[in-house]
Design a protein around this ligand. Sequence first.
Ligand SMILES: C[C@](O)(CO)[C@H](O)COP(=O)(O)OP(=O)(O)OC[C@H]1O[C@@H](n2ccc(N)nc2=O)[C@H](O)[C@@H]1O
Ligand SMILES: Nc1ncnc2c1ncn2[C@@H]1O[C@H](COP(=O)(O)OP(=O)(O)OP(=O)(O)O)[C@@H](O)[C@H]1O
Length: 317
Amino acid sequence: MSGGATGEAGVTGEVNVTGAAGVTVRVPAKVNVQLAVGAARPDGFHDLANVFLAVSLYDEVTATPADRLTVTCEGPDADKVPLDATNLAARAAALLAARHGIAPDVHLHIAKAIPVAGGMAGGSADGAGALLACDALWGLGTPREDLLAICAELGSDVPFSLVGGAALGVGRGERLTELPVAGPFHWVFAVADGGLSTPAVYAEFDRLAEGTDVSEPAASPALLDALATGDTAALAAALSNGLQPAALSLRPSLAATLAAGTEAGALAALVSGSGPTTAFLVKDAESADAVAAALRASGTCRTTRTATSPAPGATLL
Ligand SMILES: C[C@](O)(CO)[C@H](O)COP(=O)(O)OP(=O)(O)OC[C@H]1O[C@@H](n2ccc(N)nc2=O)[C@H](O)[C@@H]1O
Ligand SMILES: Nc1ncnc2c1ncn2[C@@H]1O[C@H](COP(=O)(O)OP(=O)(O)OP(=O)(O)O)[C@@H](O)[C@H]1O
């Protein structure tokens, strides 16, 4: 990855890499092609029927031996990424090390292309990437099932970042069943100015749902069929995001972005997860370029990205 600012701050002090070879893992962003949200649970989370689809927009996490746990980040949004112990990559390394009773002495470098706080699971991607990179660097051979359990501890979206492809997430979204998926599906993403806080969007969902009956979340058979057969038009007709009204309520300007993409020829438009990134499903790569150009010209977003899906999960390079 090239360009962008480089943040450098250690979790426990200045960066001090020992010079040995590093391990790099590439991890995809996600779009939720269906996000059915149930009522708030006693623990504050919401039961979901969450259909994840990985897209070809990647962060890379490199783990290098060091004398303590440190994190650096490069990329256009690097200044928005925390480099302390709250970084999901640092938390992943610390959890894995604790599980094996070893010290988390590693330097983690994140090459960030996924929008920050954009509803595309960028932090989750870095958590899953760091986990796989540290497991390889430290030669631990942690069973897949245990890696997935650590992912679920890190966050609801993190298991999917490890798995990639397409999957249905139930519970708070962490309990995955992999789904058959054809493709390619072509996407344009409009990146908004600033982020949206995921807890704030769920809280707004609760506020809007007050006094209404929230139904049990369930995956749409038509949507699962469209994914399995690679039918773009059918997928466009079946896309849905139960958090979209809440994201629009907190960020009304997103309505203009959605309209601009639709007017430019997108087959469907929706908010990506908790937003504020918006996602546009288009016919092919040529249409993706045209819709992206129109979105940028509309002045309703900061920038655009094009991508295809499905994309593989966290992968050692
Ligand atoms: C919006 C999505 O990105 C869709 O995939 C996810 O549901 C959010 O997943 P995430 O960012 O990994 O979220 P977590 O780190 O697990 O939780 C952050 C906060 O989001 C809210 N949250 C999250 C997941 C869920 N099923 N119900 C919730 O209410 C809770 O307030 C929680 O404290
Ligand atoms: N490695 C990381 N990259 C980006 N943000 C991180 C990371 N680690 C922790 N964070 C924190 O998490 C917040 C959410 O960032 P993230 O990019 O994961 O949002 P998101 O894509 O909206 O998440 P999701 O789609 O999973 O709800 C950031 O504002 C930041 O404070």
